[in-house]
Design a protein around this ligand. Structure first.
Ligand code: TLP
Length: 344
């Protein structure tokens, strides 16, 4: 990568090994279930998640939507965080395409939703009410600085869901970042969930794709929903081949991204006009003082001039995300670029 692109881990290019595997991939028509490489990826993904089956989908957004549409009927209510990705950043798809009503509850600083609040939000059996069908959690939590949710917390939400006959879905776009940060297998983190989506195309570097996992019955139904959404792909083994490398070779190294995020955050926090909380995984979110030398727009554009790209979301502040293509030298260069704009 020529620029130091910290806007997201979605910007990651496939590795040379992935490109080679993609070129060599054995393929078939995946709508017929005949692509051996997709089938292998789905099996591998299901194994890693401790679920019966997996379904390769083009994006994390489609994985979440397919899960919600599979679990919920029109008019049902889904409980999810007010800072969750499906609520904030997926174009209102659950309502627009599924007629599902989001019931948002506050995502606390640690990414969790208060258990008591969830319990209160579950509707009783009354014709005035929509039917509460599902609870969705996000791990790691993107808007909450990439914080990982613990296995214990997820288990307690799972217990609550079970007690009330609800489904639990996990948006695990970065579930392996959570697993690596907490030092436990991803399957343990999602054990209480009926379904989980995780992304291959973020820190794991694959060019395209996510996998939705759950029971055989759930995945059978979700496969029809994927088709309805136009997500049934044909010789998708070319993409799945990269995803297999993601799962086999790219998971453990996520620890390096976390270490570099800490180093970058530590360096940035030495700049007095920046307020930078310590990141728990690979996402750093920070704010700049109003009396800083430059405006937020000037900061991003002056960094850009030096070949460093970061995200800026107005009220939400700045975001820098470390990933495979950010090495130690890139961290150093980024810090030097910030100093040039803010302290020189
Ligand atoms: N997140 C993107 C943007 O959409 C904000 C990013 O750059 O972080 N769940 C979570 C928690 C996500 O962070 C994302 C992508 C998705 C789902 C959707 O994945 P894609 O982009 O593959 O549809």
């Amino acid at each position: 990568m020529n620029t130091i692109d910290l806007r997201s881990d979605t910007v990651t290019w496939p590795t040379p090994e992935m490109r080679e595997a993609m070129a060599r991939a054995e393929v078939g028509d995946d709508v017929y279930g005949e692509d051996p490489t997709v089938n292998r990826l789905q099996e591998l993904a299901a194994q890693r998640m401790g679920k019966e089956a997996g379904l390769f989908v083009p994006s994390g957004a489609m994985g979440n939507l397919a899960a919600l549409l599979t679990h919920c009927n029109r008019g049902d209510e889904a409980i999810l965080g007010d800072l969750s990705h499906p609520y904030l950043y997926e174009g209102g798809a659950m309502s627009a395409l599924g007629g599902i009503q989001p019931r948002t509850l506050a995502n606390q600083v640690d990414g969790t939703i208060d258990l008591g609040e969830i319990e209160l939000a579950i509707r009783g059996d009354d014709v005035h009410y929509p039917i509460t069908r599902l609870i969705a959690l996000e791990n790691t939590h993107n808007r909450r600085n990439g914080v990982p949710l613990s296995a214990e917390y997820i288990q307690s939400v799972g217990n609550l869901a079970k007690q009330h006959g609800l489904m639990l879905h996990i948006d695990g776009a970065r579930i392996f970042n959570a697993a690596v940060a907490l030092g436990i297998p991803a399957s343990k983190l999602v054990a209480a969930a009926n379904s989980v989506t995780f992304c291959l195309s973020k820190g794991l570097c694959a060019p395209v794709g996510s996998v939705l996992c759950g029971s055989h019955e759930f995945i059978h139904k979700a496969t029809r929903v994927r088709k309805q959404l136009g997500g049934g792909m044909r010789q998708a083994g070319i993409l799945a081949a990269a995803g297999i490398i993601s799962l086999e070779k790219m998971v453990d190294r996520l620890a390096e991204d976390h270490t570099r995020a800490k180093a970058l955050a530590e360096g940035l926090s030495e700049i007095s006009s920046l307020e930078v909380p310590e990141p728990a995984t690979n996402i750093i979110r920070f704010q700049m003082a109003e009396d800083a030398k430059v405006t937020p727009e000037e900061l991003t554009s002056k960094l850009n001039d030096q070949g460093v790209r970061i995200g800026y979301g107005g009220y939400w502040g700045f975001r820098a995300v470390t990933h495979y293509w950010i090495d130690d030298a890139a961290v150093e260069k980024t810090l030097a670029a910030f100093h040039k704009v803010l302290t020189d």
